[in-house]
Design a protein around this ligand. Sequence first.
Ligand code: SF4
Ligand code: SF4
Length: 85
Amino acid sequence: MKITVAALTEPGSTVVNKTGGWRTFVPVVNHKRCIKCSLCEIYCPEGCIRQIDGLFVPDLDYCKGCGVCAHECPRKAIEMVLEEK
Ligand code: SF4
Ligand code: SF4
């Protein structure tokens, strides 16, 4: 039997390695529906949603397209859209 061994990188390495390249779907925020509750920012596992000029915006360099933000948004203000590459 062949055993494959994987190496783990050090914790916090996603700050160095931009995870945006993993993405298939991209979150698109409808700012008119947003009530600025911050839940998307709180739940995003990459911590890549920021408020910019009062608007909640994902940093696409690090957004891996998991859809957690869209799932947790109480206003359904975030839609996951297939990203064209
Ligand atoms: S899709 Fe995932 S990684 Fe991207 S902003 Fe939403 S919660 Fe964060
Ligand atoms: S979870 Fe939805 S309503 Fe709340 S801040 Fe994010 S986009 Fe706006």
